[in-house]
Design a protein around this ligand. Structure first.
Ligand SMILES: [Zn+2]
Length: 260
């Protein structure tokens, strides 16, 4: 049976996500930015929380974990974390692991860069292959990517390549509603990209109607998201690094976006 997915706003610009297995009634929250809107969404659907899948240790992704665990006695799955700073964790996962939510299976991809792998924390993306759903949290945004706080630019670029390798018909569910600002920046790099211009118009309409800009199709992101396109000559030219290494172009994109 196909999974049911709900998205709703949390905090200022985070997304809350629930994924529900109709066959077993199991329900997972992807991260827990804050408890109240997640509880409200569960009650609206008549679902009971069985699992929380944590992507990384930032407060705006784990702030609601303790309260939800207390209320639902749910399992908390989190990245392999040597310093055990992510509290209330029942299971720690790493690259290649599979997490069962009832009959649904989430595949674990390590996507370090925003937060780091080998020092203490990791950033995990969860892929539900049967439902063609990618929960990429703060690694990949629509028309953007996360800031590189703990890792290096080459490391983040490798993580993005890992996500880019997923099929075009997979849907991207990301951690934040940053798309409008991302589009504005991307147009400074690739002003003639037709897919990006089309996305810009769509985002303007969605935001005017106060609607979320996600999910998006990974295939569309591959055509319009400059951060997934650092190995395209047009993107390298857009940041005056024609012919240079993709990881270097990616680093320049990220630096420029930081300052934008
Ligand atoms: Zn984060």
């Amino acid at each position: 049976m196909a999974a049911e997915i709900r998205l709703f706003p949390c905090l200022t610009d985070n997304f809350g996500y629930l994924i529900h297995d109709p066959a077993t009634k199991a329900t997972a929250s992807i991260d827990a930015p804050e408890a109240a809107p997640i509880i409200k969404a569960l009650e609206r659907e008549g679902w009971t929380l069985t699992d929380i899948l944590v992507t990384h240790h930032h407060g705006d992704h784990v702030g609601g974990v303790a309260e939800l665990k207390q209320k639902y006695n749910c399992r908390v799955v989190a990245p392999h974390d040597k310093s055990t700073k992510i509290a209330n964790t029942d299971a720690r996962v790493k690259e290649g692991d599979a997490v069962k939510i009832g009959d649904l299976i989430a595949r674990v991809l390590e996507t370090p860069g925003h937060t780091l792998d080998h020092v203490s924390y990791d950033h995990i993306s969860y892929v539900f292959d049967d439902d063609k759903a990618l929960f990429a949290a703060d690694t990949l945004f629509s028309i953007g990517c996360g800031r590189v706080f703990e890792g290096t630019y080459p490391q983040m670029w490798d993580s993005l390549l890992k996500l880019r390798a997923l099929p075009d018909d997979f849907k991207l569910y990301c951690g934040h509603e940053y798309t409008a600002a991302n589009v504005k920046f991307a147009l400074t790099v690739e002003p003639d990209n037709a897919a990006l211009k089309a996305r810009a118009e769509q985002v303007t309409r969605l935001r005017a109607d106060n609607k979320p800009t996600v999910p998006t199709l990974l295939g569309d992101e591959k055509k319009a998201n400059v951060f997934l396109r650092a190995d395209e000559p047009s993107v390298a030219a857009g940041v005056r690094l024609k012919g240079r290494d993709a990881a270097e172009v990616f680093g320049e994109l990220r630096e420029r976006k930081n300052k934008s």
